[in-house]
Design a binder for this molecule. Sequence first.
Ligand code: FES
Length: 158
Amino acid sequence: MSGLSDQARAKINEYLPRYPSKQAVTLPALHIVQEETRCVSHAAVEQIAKILDLSPAQVHDTASFYGFFRSEDRPLGRQRVWVCRSLPCMLRGGEELLAALAQRWNILPGQTTSDGQITLEVAECLGACDGAPCILINDELSLHVDAETIDQRLEERP
Ligand code: FES
């Protein structure tokens, strides 16, 4: 897989004056790349490191520490669906929701559908327990979700 697009490179460079050090731009840069390519390739890690005056190992350590970024052998689907698995959500239907989605999409948490459309993930409390069960679709929160309405919620997103 190729490295940074011109657009990603420009966005990363735009961040530099806003942060106290180049190293502090590591996480924003990883987000920019993953948003665009659904993963962070080895080539992208090397190029981010070069822009930020870091070693590729330093950027790789940050990328792998959070468990949020995907390497090129496990890219994300177009939609990343996080199901909250903390107790309030699990007690209010989250467990059944997670099981239903895994069965419907024929994947386990952490996996992506074969058509590359959906990656299923589990999350800890999303901070919206009043709306349990909750999910995140990419970075948008959805409350009171059930397996019947999730398709509509997915379609509402670009
Ligand atoms: S337990 Fe699910 S949002 Fe808090």
